[in-house]
Design a protein around this ligand. Structure first.
Ligand SMILES: [Zn+2]
Ligand SMILES: [Zn+2]
Length: 183
C-alpha cells in the first residue's frame, strides 16, 4: 500500500518527522475515513475524545476546526507581531505539537516561523547540526545559564524525556528559533 501524500502545512512542513502525525488505521472522527494517518498532537475543544482521532486532511481543510470548534495550537503561543490570517491558519488548520508546558510558536520577520520538531542532543548532532549553536545560545542568553552548566544542559537535552529543544525555522530569512522546555 502506498500511503497518500499528506496535505501541505505551511507552518509545519513535516508533521510525520516531528511526531505530530503518525501512521494509524484508526477512523477519523471528523470524516469517518481511514486515511492511514492520525494527528497525535494537542486538541483544544469542548468535545472529548479527539486525541489521536483526527486525520491530517480534516485539519488542513478546516473541517475539524468547524465540526468540533477545535484548535490545535494555543493562540497565546504566537507573538503579537503575527498577522491574524497566520494566527487563524496555525491555530485552526495546522497540526500542533506536544510541549511539556504551554507551547510557544516563535515569530521572525513579522510572521510565524515553521515548526521543525522536538529534539534532544542526539537528534541535533545527527540531523540538525546547524541548530546546535542556536540551541546553546538560547540556553545561555534566554535561559540565563552560563559556562559549564550551559554545556551540561545542552548535553542533557532529550527528545522524549526532556529537557527538550523545540526547533523552528523562518521561511523568509532562514533564521533559527529555539526554545527549551522541561517536564
Ligand atoms: Zn478526517
Ligand atoms: Zn526571519
Amino acid at each position: 500500500m502506498t500511503a497518500p501524500e499528506l496535505p501541505r502545512f505551511t507552518f509545519h512542513p513535516d508533521p510525520i518527522r516531528s511526531g505530530s502525525v503518525a501512521t494509524s488505521d484508526a477512523e477519523c472522527r471528523c470524516c469517518g475515513e481511514r486515511r492511514g494517518y492520525v494527528y497525535t498532537g494537542p486538541v483544544y475543544s469542548a468535545e472529548d475524545d479527539l486525541d489521536d482521532a483526527l486525520c491530517p486532511w480534516c485539519i488542513a481543510d478546516g473541517s475539524a476546526n468547524r465540526e468540533f470548534d477545535a484548535t490545535f495550537v494555543d493562540s497565546a503561543a504566537l507573538g503579537n507581531d503575527v498577522p491574524e490570517s497566520t494566527v487563524a491558519e496555525i491555530t485552526e488548520r495546522t497540526p500542533g505539537y506536544n510541549a511539556w508546558q504551554a507551547e510557544q510558536w516563535p515569530s521572525c520577520c513579522n510572521d510565524a516561523t515553521e515548526f521543525v520538531g522536538p529534539v534532544g542532543i542526539a537528534e541535533i548532532r545527527k540531523d540538525y547540526r546547524p541548530f546546535e549553536t542556536s540551541v546553546l545560545n538560547h540556553i545561555i542568553y534566554d535561559m540565563g545559564i552560563s559556562g559549564g552548566a550551559a554545556l551540561r544542559k545542552l548535553e542533557s537535552l532529550h527528545r522524549d524525556t526532556g529537557a527538550t529543544a523545540f526547533l523552528f525555522q523562518c521561511p523568509r530569512c532562514g533564521g533559527h528559533k529555539v526554545y527549551v522546555d522541561e517536564p
